[in-house]
Design a binder for this molecule. Structure first.
Ligand code: PLP
Ligand code: TYF
Length: 395
């Protein structure tokens, strides 16, 4: 049975990390994967996380199974973070939230759930989108299409194209939207453009699935989450996946959640029962540690305050890095305009570098994605000159 199996293609992004790890050049730089590094090039262990872990160690607990839907305190804290404690959907018990294995796990739960209850729907993702979106919805059995999103000429959003695509989608189509900090382009919608998108989604009878993997990396926790709340306020069926991989620097703990908004508390209870079935037949119940850490931080006022400060520091460092990157390129590559990098938000920039230029960068041990996506959060005061010199050389 195994002899005819072909080699599967590598994940285009995680494959870069494999190549990077194999590179023996001590000055190598990985701008490929979307991970936040501090100014010393290290993945931070947040103080709020460390403090929460110390609190948990002081009250050692047996590792029983969690409920299928996850730790209750976690689900509640996450739901309130995502929708607001005083929002109508929370107050009226129309929202359900289940702990998931990172943002990826949340997307897969949502995809499997939708395939069961809206099997004829097709899925629409932005062009381009996070590499895993297409693969994940296809593996859940959906046909996946693109909607217009990025305009290489402006390095921004092709908004007319996006709106036209939304209006042309059949009723019941599932539309995956990046709530903030679009991956891979870094190009987000303005608040007024979101008004029009929300209106188009509601009018066309689409099923919005908001993916929020970078809350707090754009303009702030509340600002970045505003789109979710605006969608929730419309009363349409809504799915939201969120991740704490980046915002808590807890990548390997796999902490995320899927929330679904129903039209009544009764409907929500039925949805939850079905969602639990999806969880049960995949991995039964989620792991304990990461959920406890996040729940502890969110529910302990001092730790929450600390988290907000630490997340703000990450956001501010990325913004400052964008500025320094643009400034240095101005000096070292005059005649090339990178001003758009300042307008982009979140962890990434679609730099405009071509596949050939990315290949030439790799000869200098600088790793970016073939599409020209670079992780701004992987640059720092020590490696910025090296990166900029290398880019100036390949331009
Ligand atoms: N969605 C987007 C847009 C992402 O960039 C990521 C990145 O990892 C995810 C989902 C998945 O999050 P996680 O790493 O928590 O699985
Ligand atoms: O886009 C990124 O780099 C992050 C990390 O299959 C990632 O979202 C990349 C690929 C993947 C899982 C996570």
């Amino acid at each position: 049975v195994f002899s005819a199996i072909e080699m599967a293609p590598r994940d285009p992004i995680l494959g870069i990390t494999e190549a990077f790890n194999a590179d023996t050049n001590p000055n190598k730089i990985n701008l490929g994967v979307g991970v936040y590094y501090d100014d010393n090039g290290k993945v931070p262990l947040l103080s709020c996380v460390q403090k929460a872990e110390n609190m948990l160690i002081e009250q050692p607990a047996p590792r029983t199974y969690l409920p299928i839907e996850g730790l209750a305190a976690y689900d509640k804290a996450v739901q309130e973070l995502v929708f607001g404690a005083d929002s109508a959907v929370v107050q009226e018990k129309r929202a359900i939230t289940v702990q998931a294995l990172g943002g990826t796990g949340a997307l897969k739960l949502g995809a499997d759930f939708l395939k069961r209850f809206s099997p004829a729907s097709e899925v629409y993702i932005s062009d381009p989108s996070w590499e895993n979106h297409r693969a994940l919805f296809e593996s859940a059995g959906f046909k996946v299409n693109n909607y217009a999103y990025y305009d290489p000429a402006t390095h921004g959003v092709n908004f007319a194209g996006m709106l036209a695509a939304l209006k042309a989608m059949p009723r019941g189509a599932i539309v995956v939207l990046h709530a903030c900090c679009h991956n891979p382009t870094g190009a987000d919608l303005t608040s007024q453009q979101w008004d029009q998108v929300i209106d188009a989604v509601v009018t066309a009878g689409l099923i919005p699935f908001l993916d929020m993997a970078y809350q707090g990396f754009g303009a702030g926790i509340a600002e970045d989450g505003a789109v979710v709340r605006r969608f929730a306020a419309t009363g349409v069926p809504l799915l939201v996946s969120n991740s704490f991989s980046k915002s808590f620097s807890l990548y390997g703990e796999r902490v995320g959640a899927l929330s679904v908004v129903a039209s009544s508390a009764d409907e929500a209870a039925r949805l939850l029962s079905q969602l639990k079935r999806v969880v049960r037949t995949n991995y039964s119940n989620p792991p304990v540690h990461g959920g406890k850490v996040v729940a502890t931080v969110l529910a302990t006022p001092e730790l929450r305050q600390l988290w907000e400060e630490e997340l703000a520091a990450m956001r501010v460092r990325i913004k400052a890095t964008r500025d320094a990157f643009v400034q240095k390129l101005k000096e070292k590559a005059p005649g090339h305009d990178f001003e758009f990098v300042r307008q982009q938000v979140g962890m990434f920039s679609y730099s405009g570098l071509t596949k050939e230029q990315v290949a030439k960068l790799r000869e200098q041990s600088i790793y970016a994605v073939d599409t020209g996506r670079i992780c701004v959060a992987a640059m720092n005061s020590k490696n910025l000159d090296i990166v900029v010199d290398a880019i100036a050389k390949v331009l």
